[in-house]
Design a protein. Structure first.
Length: 379
């Protein structure tokens, strides 16, 4: 055999003598060492770095697993592969096998979020819909299980290849986590840690089926539907007012003033808005037993013990052809003084001859003071 024949033979028998993975990426989970048609030399050096494990695959099945360290490949160091191949002790011939490196470091700041609202049952609001988002951290805990369930025949697997499936798993178990945590919707903002721990308990076993460990789970925000948030805002206002329906009605009317002022008619053209505020207050007053109603029904009797009639609701107002009330003297004076009701608004009380402007009832003290007398003649 000539020189060139020997050179060609050596080119055809290039054996792999060093197996290692220098990871320069930030998101690679699995890397398949490029063996292809080359053969691994018995006695080759295998280097596994920190946060790595190497797995030898024989005909698609997981065989020997190596943790961090430096190894010389012999029949003693790869016993599973030796048994599968039926090698005899001291086998020295080159062999073919697939080698996969797994990145076992902790992958952090992975995002999760609800694409659609999640239904849950709340003790305060009943059935409500929640949106939530946050981050989590995971790592490969069982490389053989991860290879069997995820990697398969893929040569390179990044976090993006599996994040979609993991996100779906999180959302499908999130409602169970919220239910098991038994946290009221109003208290969730202060219970994110408890909710995160409940999520780990519910979602963790699902991750384990892929050979992954859900190490951390953070809830950054839980938002309620707009209508529930509006109800909470109204409840807060009522708490500030002490649940007094009369003041609630004044608040409703006051809220409508900026809108009315922007109309061409100003406050004078805001009858409909003011009327709506009075109507809402009247309806809620009836619902809460506050004795606050439209004048279609009979007014309540005077309080027992000979109290003053002016302390009982007795004033009805006519706005845009509708009647609202009754209101107490103090409530009517407050609405006139704040500008919510004009002195020319038509009012009526029991015993009055008919409807008249608010300013015409002397007991309210809202009539204009008499003009001063003419000045004395000059001397």
């Amino acid at each position: 055999m000539g020189f060139w024949d020997n050179l060609k033979t050596e080119a055809k028998t290039q054996f792999i003598e060093i197996i290692q993975w220098l990871d320069e990426s930030n998101d690679t989970l699995v890397y398949r060492f490029p063996v292809y048609n080359q053969e691994i030399k018995m006695g080759a050096q295998l280097t596994v770095r920190e946060n790595q494990v190497a797995l030898f695959i024989n005909e698609g099945k997981a065989a020997d697993l190596f943790g961090p360290g430096r190894y010389e490949l012999t029949t003693q160091t790869i016993p599973i592969l030796t048994a599968l191949r039926g090698w005899k002790y001291g086998f020295q011939s080159p062999f073919k096998a697939e080698v996969y490196f797994f990145n076992t470091r902790l992958f952090t700041d992975l995002k999760w979020g609800t694409t659609n609202p999640v239904m849950m049952r709340d003790k305060d609001f009943g059935m409500i819909r929640l949106r939530a988002f946050g981050t989590y951290a995971m790592r490969i805990a069982d490389p053989k299980e991860f290879f069997k369930t995820v990697v398969g025949t893929q040569g390179l697997t990044t976090t993006n290849d599996i994040l979609g499936q993991l996100r779906s798993t999180i959302i499908s178990r999130l409602s169970d986590a919220i239910a098991s945590a038994n946290i009221a919707a109003l208290d969730m903002a202060t219970k994110y840690d408890e909710l995160g721990q409940a999520a780990i308990e519910q979602v963790g076993p699902e991750f384990a089926k892929y050979g992954l460990e859900l190490s951390r789970f953070f809830v950054e925000n839980v938002s309620l539907p707009e209508e529930v948030e509006a109800a909470i805002d109204q409840r807060t206002k009522l708490g500030v007012l002490g649940d007094r329906m009369q003041q609630y009605t004044q608040l409703q009317v006051a809220d409508s003033i900026p809108v009315a002022a922007a109309n061409p008619g100003g406050l004078a053209g805001a009858g409909a808005g003011l009327g709506a505020g009075f109507a809402i207050g009247g309806a809620m007053g009836n619902a809460f037993g506050g004795g606050f109603q439209q004048s279609g029904g009979a007014p309540p009797p005077p309080p027992p013990g000979g109290g003053s009639a002016s302390a009982a609701p007795r004033w009805s107002l006519a706005i845009d052809g509708k009647t609202y009330g009754p209101y107490t003297d103090d409530a009517l004076r407050a609405m006139v003084q704040s500008g919510q009701v004009t002195p020319s608004t038509q009012a009526w009380r029991p015993g009055a001859a008919g409807w008249a402007a608010v300013s015409e009832f002397p007991e309210l003290g809202l009539s204009a003071p008499p003009p001063p007398p003419p000045p004395p003649p000059p001397k």
